[in-house]
Unconditional design. Structure first.
Ligand code: HEM
Length: 221
């Protein structure tokens, strides 16, 4: 691990691996949360399974927490190293002429997603920890859907969530294909496929989250 993070190439490789893990997590997270749009009882069952399964709680969740923190810390380290290695901007780096807004501003879109995660962890994860471990309540398998639904009654929260999902989309639009490049997956035949997959992924995943947020906001009674 130390070897992997001691050189720039190693750091980029490790960053890409954490990104790929998070890309998979987002598919899983979206799939579970989409259930809440179709069936409250199926969502309650899925949440109960995720929330009380020891393998998920005590193995997968700590791995996920580590991946999220690692990805953000390593993102900052790479950004700082890039800046100090290049105190004067490349004459070649002529704004939009030879790079996209997304690729030049990964740190900005990343910071918005980080701010979102702060609120999101407070909204859901912290609430779960309190309910289960601090207040030590008995399991209540009926509560998950109502708790989620209630969070989306607040228009400001929904607006902030949606802004964050759009920025997440921009982050993914560059990040998806960049993570494949960083692990050396470059090939004249497969790179265009990876880029196309990245474009679809970066549209469909945030769109799915936006639909969930809007659905719960618009169906409040
Ligand atoms: C409308 C969209 C979303 C909804 C309704 C939602 C819902 C939830 C819920 C209910 C939990 C609590 C799980 C638990 O601890 O029992 C959770 C946790 C979490 N969410 Fe989201 N989420 C959304 C979008 C996102 C996005 C876009 C990201 C990442 C950028 C994200 C990252 C996380 C993480 C890292 C956790 C903590 C891990 C976990 O507890 O499983 N979520 N979310």
């Amino acid at each position: 691990m130390a070897g992997l993070t001691s050189s720039t190439i190693g750091r980029k490789y490790a960053m890409a691996l954490s990104a790929m893990f998070l890309l998979l997590f987002l598919i899983m997270h979206l799939s579970v949360n989409l259930i809440s749009v179709f069936s409250p009882s199926a969502f309650n069952s899925a949440s109960e399974f995720m929330g009380y399964n020891p393998l998920i709680q005590f193995l997968m969740q700590p791995i996920l927490g580590f991946a999220v923190i690692f990805h953000f810390v390593m993102g900052f380290v790479l950004e700082l190293k890039n800046r100090s290695a290049r105190p004067v901007k490349y004459a070649m780096n002529n704004g939009s002429a030879n790079s996209t807004w997304m690729s030049r501003n990964m740190i900005i879109s990343g910071l918005v997603v980080l701010a979102f995660l702060g609120l999101h962890m407070y909204d859901f994860w912290w609430h779960e920890i309190n309910f289960k471990y601090v207040e030590a309540n008995a399991p209540d398998n009926e509560r998950f859907w109502h708790e989620l639904h209630a969070k989306f009654a607040d228009a400001w929260r929904v607006i902030f969530y949606i802004i964050a999902f759009v920025l997440l989309g921009l982050h993914l639009a560059h990040g998806f294909q960049s993570s494949f490049q960083s692990v050396g997956a470059r090939h004249p035949k497969y790179t265009p496929v990876i880029k196309a997959l990245g474009t679809w992924y970066s549209i469909l995943i945030p769109a799915g989250f936006i639909i969930i947020a809007l659905y719960h906001f618009l169906t409040q009674s």
